[in-house]
Ligand binder design. Structure first.
Ligand SMILES: *Cc1c(COP(=O)(O)O)cnc(C)c1O
Length: 415
């Protein structure tokens, strides 16, 4: 009754506005498991199309790995489907604690606590370990879930310019009188694929007596020479006070996340973090799957090595073809198109060529920085990447952007 025609019209107007602005998100339905080759229904009701997926977080190609699927089946048989409880009431199995121990070992920390997701880990961690006497100092480009967690925490909040170490230092000086100082960053930033300068950050945190929290969701399993994460790449393993990460990306892609770090901080989360206390425990088959993922990654670096090789091939050849990409060395490779509509048209044409890669534009990235974000996987074979490269080149030619400068592309298409 309260949902009147007027209310309906109000929402309709907002939703139509999103469509007109070209920022309405449409989903494509995948009928197959997640992998390099997928079968997609798009638009809704159309017949299935076989395409190469080049925009999943499936960095290590483990989302549908036979051994992980087998482990999940076995976990289902031995430990059941669901626990119908949060952890502290009656939702903790031996395998939950086993996985926490394995993550502690893998990440090189003191202890680990599982969360239903990394978004939940980030929502709960700050309020569990800080009070209004403390300060949180975050990079301006941190992930949305960290921003949510910061909002839910009573500590004071300040930011520093993206990866600007001088600015961070000035903020550490400014807030030197606070009881605790916590610096907050992503390990790998998801939109540009750049990494936080963790060596410098650890140095600054030691100098100013601050703690450091790193969200390594886009790094765990493959960044660093044995895939432990951004802290391994920068040689600061054991020096990060809090690492949060997800199992929903490189580590099998199902769901779940964790807070890993100093023993007392993890213990504080177990006592106080609300998403841990008030949301259901991770399902046993998923726990068994992540355990298998960590066993695979601890036994061999084969998959992260292959990912590295694939990434180098992809970055080098895109540049050779004349695209402007964001420099870096992570498997997140943004191809810059600057104009929002161009990024959408480009993505649609790629799809016609059998390549699934989504366009990103404002507000997901800053105005005038529209792009196609590609994400390389160890599940890609050379033939996948070659076919994708051909498609990108063909579409790039169509829009006449190959070998062009940023300014030339903007002159043709606008910001
Ligand atoms: C994906 C992501 C998350 C969310 O992880 P979920 O486990 O899917 O909730 C959190 N932080 C960062 C940096 C991410 O990229």
């Amino acid at each position: 009754m309260g949902y009147t025609d007027q209310t309906r019209a109000m929402y309709r107007e907002i939703l139509d506005g999103l469509k007109e602005a070209g920022i309405y998100k449409e989903e494509r339905y995948i009928h197959s498991p997640q992998a390099a080759d997928i079968e997609v229904e798009f638009p809704e009701g159309s017949s299935l199309k076989k395409v190469i997926n080049i925009c999943a977080n499936n960095y290590l190609g483990l989302s549908s790995h036979p051994e992980v699927i087998k482990a999940a089946h076995e976990g289902l048989d031995s430990h059941g489907y669901g626990m119908s409880s949060v952890r502290f009431i009656c939702g903790t199995q031996d395998i939950h604690r086993k996985l926490e121990h394995m993550l502690t070992e893998f990440l090189g920390t003191e202890d680990t606590i599982l969360f239903p997701s990394c978004l939940d880990a980030n929502s709960g961690v700050f309020e569990a370990i800080l009070t209004k006497d403390d300060v949180m100092i975050s990079d301006r480009l941190v992930h949305a879930s960290l921003i949510d967690g910061i909002r839910l925490c009573s500590a004071m909040h300040d930011t520093y310019k993206h990866s600007d170490m001088e600015h961070l230092e000035s903020k550490l000086q400014l807030h030197s009188d606070r009881r605790l100082k916590l610096v907050i960053t992503d390990g790998v930033f998801s939109m540009d694929g750049d990494t936080a300068k963790l060596d410098k950050m650890v140095e600054l945190c030691e100098k100013y007596n601050a703690m450091l929290l790193v969200d390594d969701s886009h790094a765990s399993g493959f960044i660093g020479k044995t895939g432990r994460g951004t802290h391994e790449k920068y040689n600061v393993m054991g020096k990060i006070d809090v690492i949060t990460t997800t199992f929903g990306k490189g580590l099998g892609g199902a769901s779940g996340g964790c807070v890993s770090g100093r023993k007392e901080l993890v213990e504080m989360c177990r006592q106080k973090a609300r998403p841990y206390l008030f949301s259901n425990t991770i399902a046993p088959p998923v726990v068994a799957g992540v355990i298998r993922v960590l066993e695979i990654l601890s036994a061999t670096t084969e998959r992260r090595d292959k990912l590295e090789k694939n990434t180098i091939f992809w970055r080098e050849n895109l540049q050779k073809a004349g695209f402007i990409i964001k420099e870096g060395d992570t498997p997140i490779v943004p191809i810059m198109l600057f104009n929002a509509r161009l990024s959408q048209n480009f993505s649609r044409d790629l799809y016609d060529e059998g390549i699934y890669a989504t366009g990103f534009f404002f507000p997901v990235v800053p105005q005038g920085q529209a792009r196609i974000r590609t994400q390389i996987s160890a599940g890609h074979e050379l033939h996948h990447l070659e076919k994708a490269l051909d498609a990108f080149t063909k579409v790039g030619k169509k829009y006449n952007i190959l070998g062009k400068t940023k300014q030339e592309i903007i002159d043709m298409y606008g910001m």
